[in-house]
Design a protein around this ligand. Structure first.
Ligand SMILES: NC(=O)C1=CN([C@@H]2O[C@H](COP(=O)(O)OP(=O)(O)OC[C@H]3O[C@@H](n4cnc5c(N)ncnc54)[C@H](OP(=O)(O)O)[C@@H]3O)[C@@H](O)[C@H]2O)C=CC1
Ligand SMILES: Cc1cn([C@H]2C[C@H](O)[C@@H](COP(=O)(O)OP(=O)(O)O[C@H]3O[C@@H](C)C(=O)[C@@H](O)[C@H]3O)O2)c(=O)[nH]c1=O
Ligand SMILES: [Mg+2]
Length: 290
């Protein structure tokens, strides 16, 4: 099977490439080979290569920058998924797409369900929601994994930022009122591979949105402390001690884009569909070695 992975240099894309190596014929165009914000170029690529499945791991993920780069964010996060979904609907190709907790309004303390009302607080979330709705409208068999707080051993993410700051600084203030679940890119890739295998075995999970995150919730402050504790345990020399991390309210950390306070995702639907039990986020962080 010819499987196209978009965004194969990103966090999720890199893990997908590794986990799918040898299992399918992979098409992994780089940015220099294919500008995904260029619809004509994407259409030309699809017409030439005719993939039988597409995993869309590409996205515009710079949340604050999206407030001022709206056109580019919309092209990559909404127009690209729509175009890919149209191609998949027309050709019968399979589509896996990813979305974010930032489509939800962040109110309350209850975990969001897949059919909870959306209401993004920032332009990144708005552009991703537009992408989700376009995918569902064009290609109802497509699967959308809505995940949160993605990190990996490579690329820019909250964990890599904290590890860098912990080597440079003796104190750090981290927001403690935004609650969610940190998700390793490797978990997203592993669940994606299972989902593709189900499709190839003729037993695809139903099309639609599924939350994909570990079990359990914490704040960014909890996540930062756990990152620093783990680095010390693994023998890293840091300038920062875990006790020197201060919890602060979001109001003390102003940013161009507003972030949701409640990013809790209920993952029951995915667990039932695949017959699995997702691990706790702390357990997954503890198993990171780089
Ligand atoms: N990161 C997070 O915290 C979260 C991410 N998600 C979602 O998960 C999915 C994967 O995210 P993640 O792996 O973190 O994303 P990354 O930011 O790590 O990777 C994005 C990928 O998209 C590529 N890309 C972006 N714009 C273009 C373009 N115009 N042309 C070609 N390639 C482009 C990047 O290429 P290049 O390397 O050249 O820039 C990169 O390969 C996305 O749908 C995202 O919205 C959901 C929740 C949280
Ligand atoms: C570096 C730093 C961040 N923070 C806060 C800011 C923010 O509220 C939180 C996390 O910072 P980030 O810049 O990683 O946040 P952000 O880039 O908004 O992360 C989001 O990215 C997109 C792509 C998603 O889809 C979301 O699920 C989520 O992962 O920590 C501090 O309080 N102190 C600090 O020193
Ligand atoms: Mg970020």
């Amino acid at each position: 099977m010819q499987l196209m992975i978009t965004g194969s240099s990103g966090q999720v894309g890199t893990e997908l490439k590794q986990q799918l190596a040898g299992q399918a014929e992979l098409l992994t165009p780089s940015r220099s080979e294919l500008d995904l914000a260029n619809a004509t170029a994407v259409q030309g690529y699809l017409a030439l290569h005719r993939p039988q499945a597409i995993v869309n791991a590409a996205a515009y993920t710079a949340v604050d920058q999206a407030e001022t780069e709206q056109e580019l964010a919309l092209a990559v996060n909404a127009q690209l998924p729509e175009l890919l979904a149209r191609y998949c609907a027309q050709t019968g190709a399979y589509l896996l797409h990813y979305s974010t907790d930032y489509v939800y309004p962040g109110t309350g303390t209850e975990p969001w369900q897949e059919d909870s009302p959306t209401g993004p607080l920032n332009y990144y979330g708005y552009s991703k929601l537009k992408g989700d709705l376009a995918v569902l409208a064009q290609c109802p068999q497509a699967v959308i994994f809505r995940t949160s707080w993605v990190y990996s051993g490579q690329g820019k993410n909250f964990r890599s930022t904290i590890l860098r700051l912990a080597k440079e600084k003796t104190g750090l203030s981290i927001v403690a009122d935004q609650i969610g679940a940190p998700t390793p890119a490797s978990l997203i890739a592993a669940i994606s591979v299972q989902t593709l295998q189900r499709y190839l075995q003729g037993q695809p999970i139903a099309g639609g949105v599924y939350h994909l995150a570990p079990r359990g919730y914490g704040s960014w402050y909890d996540f930062a402390k756990a990152i620093v504790h783990q680095a010390i345990k693994q023998g890293e020399t840091l300038a920062l001690q875990p006790e020197a991390i201060q919890p602060i309210p979001s109001s003390d950390y102003p940013t161009p884009a507003k972030r949701p306070l409640n990013s809790r995702l209920c993952v029951d639907k995915l667990e039932h569909a695949l017959g699995i039990r997702l691990p706790e986020w702390q357990q997954l962080l503890a198993s990171m070695t780089q």
